[in-house]
Design a protein around this ligand. Structure first.
Ligand SMILES: [Zn+2]
Length: 396
């Protein structure tokens, strides 16, 4: 068990009463360079105040000894779809028995989500956020996209905005059954966008065969930009969709999935500010080829790792699992994988306050129940999250 001792705050006049010194850190992964050994850090209020070697640590009001465990920034999961109701385990089972995945299965979720009450949807979302938090995720993006009507998309955006750090509008997730694609794009870029605008920071589009083509995706993103939203794309998951080229051309913050990349796609990403977000659990759950993360890194692109937690193709929010899989299956070094799940996710969300451990940043911490972070890949599937701190408060 972790020892916690509290002293009287009057000993030092220049000290705020809310500081905590964390000691006993075997490896401190700041996401800036190699890990520090035998490290300590001080949290003051909701931010980090000091980071360095244990023998130089300043005093603080309270002290927490993590007893030789590895400490990372909290995971930044920059891609999830958590506002939904309904069960798709049978569809998954059928796919595991050989049926091929194609865009469109989400209508099962759309029907169930529309039928759920506000209270039920909010409770389901809170439960999923708690699950993510229990796995070390401290900054979370989620999307609309299971409503697909003006009122339902606005409802999902409103419910999401109350529970997570970042919300994306994904009205352009799939063309609803029976709708004309161009008429639906006009609805997404018109009344639907206006209805969600106050609840979201991002606009996203599923640029893929069977969903929205490049020109339809461009219309969606242009409208979002005019409304003041940042841009993200689901692209190149099922084929060479053109999503990557569009993301780079429009200066999107991130293009996500990126399984099928041409040489030009890789070069374009490497020469841009657009983050390539890989979704290892989704690749595994759909038995698709893993995104070529090694090629992207070797070319100089910035990558993020996210869970894509959703009921159809990746029903896990375990970033421990995603990061371990990126090491085991996609040949990332541990340092590259940790950075992609923390600072990479922060860059994909254009946030400078999370994803690293440094003075002044939000005090989001993940203490592993292991002496070294390589246990994320060395012990796949094991319960490795020991403590989670978010904005200076211990939550797990
Ligand atoms: Zn997604």
């Amino acid at each position: 068990m972790t020892g916690v001792s509290t002293r009287a705050p009057s000993a030092r006049l220049n000290q705020l009463p809310s500081s905590t010194l964390i000691t006993g850190i075997s490896e401190l992964w700041t996401s800036d360079g190699p890990p520090l050994r035998d490290a300590a850090l001080v949290i003051d209020g909701d931010t980090f105040a000091w980071v360095g070697p244990a023998d130089k640590a300043p005093d603080a009001d309270a002290r927490v000894d993590v007893e030789g465990r590895a400490v990372l920034p909290g995971w930044v999961d920059s891609h999830t779809h958590l506002v939904f109701d309904g069960d798709r385990s049978a569809e998954f089972e059928a796919r595991m028995a050989g049926q091929r995945y194609a865009a469109g299965g989400i209508t099962v979720t759309t029907d169930a989500t529309r039928a759920a009450s506000d209270d039920r949807l909010a409770a389901l979302l809170r439960q999923r956020v708690r699950e993510a938090r229990a796995g070390g995720t401290t900054c979370l993006e989620t999307k609309t996209g299971y409503g697909l009507t003006v009122d339902e998309e606005a409802r999902a955006a409103r419910i999401a905005a109350a529970e997570v750090d970042e919300v994306s509008f994904l009205g352009a997730h799939v063309v609803p059954r029976g709708a004309d694609p161009d008429e639906y794009v006009a609805l997404v870029t018109g009344d639907m966008l206006a209805a969600v605008r106050d609840y979201v920071r991002w606009i996203d589009v599923f640029c893929e065969e069977g969903a929205f083509d490049v020109e339809q995706s461009r219309r969606v993103l242009d409208a979002g930009r005019r409304a003041g939203l940042g841009l993200r794309i689901h692209g190149n998951q099922l084929g060479y969709s053109g999503g990557v080229a569009l993301a780079v051309e429009l200066g999107a913050a991130s293009v996500d999935h990126v399984n099928f990349l041409s040489h030009d796609d890789v070069e374009a990403l490497a020469g841009s500010d657009t983050v390539a977000t890989i979704l290892p659990a989704c690749d595994l759950s759909t038995r698709m080829p893993f995104a070529p993360a090694r090629r992207l890194l070797d070319a100089g692109a910035t990558i993020a790792i996210a869970s894509n937690c959703n009921p159809g193709t990746s029903f896990t929010s375990s970033m421990n699992f995603c990061v371990g899989t990126a090491v085991l299956q996609q040949h990332l070094t541990l340092d590259e994988a940790i950075r992609a799940g923390t600072a990479g996710g922060a860059k994909a969300l254009r946030r400078s306050d999370v994803g690293r451990i440094a003075p002044g940043l939000r005090a989001d911490l993940h203490v592993l129940d292991a002496p070294a972070a390589i246990h994320l890949a060395y012990r796949p599937g094991m319960p490795l999250t020991h403590q989670v701190w978010r904005a200076g408060r211990r939550e797990i």
